[in-house]
Design a protein around this ligand. Structure first.
Ligand code: ADP
Ligand code: MG
Ligand code: ZN
Length: 489
């Protein structure tokens, strides 16, 4: 009987406020170490925290966008533990009365739509960063101490690595739509802990292990696979799984014990006496709700209804807000909106990932977001229409697209000046076919002997004589007619 995996994710997201959660230090990523610090975030004795109201607004907005119940009142608790990157020896978090509870989101997977529960979302402060150096030793950068975080805790509803990644992508999509975080995994503004257990379907939940601080979709996927295999092997060998925190090593692709799991009792949570309760009035909540833009699910539904896209395709186009807005702007001017969807998901995505891969090879960082697509939506729409109307064929379309990537311009003018419009007039096409037949007697001969597949090769030759610009359907029709006529003779 197959083992089922059961996964719950704890996702930490840094909020993009300018200042920290309990002091006025700046939150900029990548600043010179220990330049954005003060007595409060360094945890000096006697320093008192003052709550940043924008954090509450951002966290509540995240709660609403993730379908949570957002509480009028929430409270801060101290989570006590010692670690070198936590100078106060406690982290201010929310334990007894979190801001948000009982939410959910949906993901589109290869098996259809799935709803995943969100247990709670609470506000907390980030810890500092330890930098390990072989010669100097370990150094501490406290710039990150006190950067505002929300922690989103999912129900153990996730059943595969694919669903886990789809869940994280959806969290990222929603939070970037509402602009409360940049959700950059490579900069640590979105990180995730994976809790995983296995069981036979229908059994109660098994004992879980937790893998901390995974910071790319790929390592989430691989850590899940490795840990699932380890647990299956252990249980089948008659061993027991113990509840513990494990580390996933990217190099070996294996997980190993970090520490036996602490329970919440170990943290000796108690209400922070330095901070008052957070309060949101009905008017505050109404204002926050009103500021939420159309979210990915709503846009996806519109795309499915309006353009007949599949839910999966529409989910891809709504994965990032800039992309959805780009798509909507382009379809606004296109005559054939479905063509825009196809072009984006086909050639454009391919070009974007090729560019990203190239940049990575060179150790550079490729432009992100809207900047990664240096073509105006109107130009892309026009190119898509040219292809849909058959005025340029798909391979010429690709060439034009690549040219626009390098220097954006009107695709119609470009096609004109580079003589790239599809050749449709029969005289030219017939001449090309005749030339292909005349210059390739061997191919024609084997066609006559019944090897019908050579028609494709002859088609390629004829297309080449038009310098790739023929209307492929018409050319193929003419070639076929001529070949069969000659064969019949
Ligand atoms: P803690 O805060 O101590 O890590 P929680 O009970 O809050 O523990 O759970 C943390 C995460 O672990 C949640 O996302 C939850 O869904 C998940 N989880 C709990 N039990 C299991 C289990 N048996 N298997 C897989 N995931 C689990
Ligand atoms: Mg945990
Ligand atoms: Zn500070």
């Amino acid at each position: 009987m197959k083992w089922e995996m059961v996964i719950g994710l704890e996702t930490h997201v840094e909020l993009n406020t300018k200042s920290k959660v309990f002091c006025s230090c700046r939150t900029d990523f990548g600043a010179e170490p220990n330049t954005h610090v003060c007595p409060v975030c360094m945890g000096l004795p006697g320093a008192l925290p003052v709550f940043n109201g924008l954090v509450l607004r951002h966290a509540a907005m995240a709660g609403f966008a993730l379908n949570c119940h957002v509480h009028h009142v929430s409270r801060f608790d101290r989570k006590n533990y010692f670690y070198p990157d936590l100078p106060k020896a406690y982290q201010i978090s929310q334990f007894y009365r979190p801001l948000c509870e009982n939410g959910w989101l949906t993901v589109q997977t290869s098996e259809g739509e799935k709803k995943i529960g969100i247990t709670r979302i609470h506000i907390e402060e980030d810890a500092g960063k330890l930098l390990h150096d072989d010669k100097i030793g370990t150094m501490l950068d406290m710039n990150r101490c006190g950067v505002p975080l929300i922690e989103i805790v999912s129900e153990p509803d996730i059943r595969s690595a694919e669903e886990a990644v789809a869940y994280l992508r959806k969290v990222r999509a929603i939070l970037t739509y509402i602009n409360v975080s940049d959700c950059r995994m490579n900069e640590g503004s979105l990180r995730c802990d994976v809790n995983l257990s296995i069981r036979h379907p229908g059994d109660p939940l098994g004992v879980r292990s937790e893998m901390k601080n995974l910071n790319s979709f790929q390592s989430v996927e691989r850590a899940i696979q490795a840990e699932y295999e380890r647990q299956v092997a252990a249980l089948e060998a008659g061993e027991e799984i113990v509840q513990e925190t494990r580390r996933y090593d990217q190099k070996t692709g294996k997980t190993s014990t970090m520490r036996r799991k602490e329970n919440s009792a170990d943290y000796r949570y108690f209400p922070d006496p330095d901070l008052p309760e957070t309060r949101l009035t009905d008017e505050d909540m109404a204002a926050i709700l009103a500021a939420i833009p159309a979210l990915p699910d709503a846009r996806r539904e519109t795309y499915v209804q309006t353009y007949g896209l599949t839910p999966y395709a529409a989910e891809q186009l709504t994965a990032e807000r800039w992309l959805a807005e780009y798509f909507e702007e382009a379809t606004g001017t296109a005559q054939f909106p479905v063509g825009v969807a196809n072009l984006l998901q086909g050639e454009v995505f391919a070009l974007l990932s090729a560019r990203a891969a190239e940049a990575e090879k060179k150790g550079e960082s490729a432009p992100e977001g809207r900047a990664s697509l240096p073509i105006s939506p109107a130009h892309l729409a026009k190119l898509s229409d040219l292809i849909a109307q058959g005025r340029v064929n798909s391979s010429t379309g690709k060439k034009i697209l690549a040219a626009l990537f390098i220097e954006d311009c009107d695709p119609e003018a470009y096609a004109q000046s580079h003589e790239l419009f599809t050749v449709c007039d029969d005289a030219t096409l017939i001449a090309a076919v005749q030339q292909a037949i005349a210059e390739n007697p061997a191919l024609v001969e084997s066609y006559r002997k019944g090897k019908l597949t050579v028609e494709k090769a002859l088609m390629g030759k004829a297309m080449a004589f038009t310098r790739g610009k023929a209307n492929p359907e018409r050319l193929s029709e003419l070639l076929h007619t001529m070949l069969t006529r000659e064969t019949d003779q």
